[in-house]
Design a protein around this ligand. Structure first.
Ligand SMILES: [Mn+2]
Length: 342
């Protein structure tokens, strides 16, 4: 985005335009936080015609967020979503950089005549937007949305609701400001959000400390029974089948963060979480330390991608075959797996 781009968008948003904000499927705190943060700000500008559209439902731990009830879910309401997208003048694509991350929504966006604005922090972006604000060093898309709104230089102040939503994006994507992606700018923005009224303790409580007992018991089960160490590869692996998830009344979001337990073990530099999805394939989450590039592993071998230390993928093979494949691939990264701490 150049200064001229910002000026042009500033003028456009002062007009009566129809705006749609999208984020990726299986939305996380950053996807929802960025989308709703932007939504609340555009509302303050007087843009009544702003709609947040997500491919599928948001997880329970994010439902408290201001504006969450206004999100249009494509899976539940495809006709309305398609109609809004067809009428849109501007479509924001937040926290993803490939239209495939929109699932069933992707064709509607691809075929739309709207001006597309892509704001994201994932690696290896695809080229589908008219305006891009991409920075793979940013901690979160929320950080970039804040920068975007700042540079649009409207006089209107960020409303508290927008600040709260953006703060959720920051705090969830940085593991409460502890991941290496946290940079000085991240904390500066967090401080500015606090000055506009955001209470970090309140956000933390509403987002993280509202567990159902069954979710905690699932965590206990995983730590007791399902956490496997491949010590020769400094790797931790967790697997969960649908049957196991059902035993613990699994709800969307319940396994969020489980993969990080693997990475918290001494000497472990790669953690892999493999979970059976409703569609029958296995979803994979990768977390790593140092130079172990899980974006590459996910992209090359498991139809996914993400960041160097955090990525997602999938496997349509059986669980046994998936584990075998992983065990065959990891020795290729042996050097990195053994030197991540150096
Ligand atoms: Mn993100």
């Amino acid at each position: 985005m150049t200064e001229t781009d910002y000026l042009q968008l500033h003028d456009s948003f002062a007009d009566d335009v129809q705006i749609v904000i999208t984020a990726h499927k299986s939305p996380d705190g950053d996807a929802v936080g960025s989308a709703l943060g932007l939504y609340h700000y555009l509302k303050v500008l007087g843009r009544e015609e702003v709609t947040v559209i997500l491919p599928d439902a948001i997880p329970g731990y994010l439902k408290w967020m201001p504006g969450a009830g206004h999100i249009l879910i494509n899976e539940e309401n495809p006709e309305d979503a398609a109609a809004k997208i067809a009428k849109a003048d501007y479509i924001f694509c937040l926290d993803y950089n490939s239209l495939t991350r929109l699932g069933a929504l992707q064709n509607a966006v691809k075929n739309s005549d709207a001006c597309i604005i892509n704001i994201d922090h994932h690696q290896e972006p695809e080229d589908f937007a008219d305006f891009v604000l991409l920075d793979s060093k940013a901690s979160s898309t929320a950080e970039l949305v804040y920068e975007f709104l700042d540079k649009l230089s409207f006089e209107e102040k960020l409303p508290l609701e927008a600040g709260q939503c953006l703060y959720v994006g920051l705090v969830t994507d940085t593991g409460s400001f502890k991941y290496r992606s946290t940079r000085a700018q991240t904390l500066e923005i967090a401080a500015r959000l606090m000055r506009s009224g955001v209470k970090p303790g309140m956000i933390y409580d509403k987002t993280f400390d509202q567990n159902r007992l069954s979710k905690l018991k699932l965590t206990g089960y995983v730590l007791n029974e399902k956490l496997e160490l491949w010590n020769e590869l400094n790797t931790a692996v967790i697997t969960l089948t649908k049957e196991e998830l059902d035993q613990y009344d699994y709800e969307k979001g319940d396994t969020e963060g489980l993969v990080n337990y693997g990475l918290s073990i001494e000497n472990i530099v790669l953690a892999v979480f493999i979970k059976e999805s409703n569609e029958g394939y296995f979803k994979m989450s990768f977390r790593s330390k140092g130079g172990v590039d899980v974006n590459e592993i996910a992209r090359k071998y498991f139809e996914g991608g993400g960041h160097i230390n955090a990525a997602g993928g999938k496997s349509t093979a059986s669980l046994d075959e998936t584990l075998r494949k992983l065990k065959n691939i990891l020795p290729l990264y042996e050097d990195k797996l053994h030197s991540a701490f150096l």
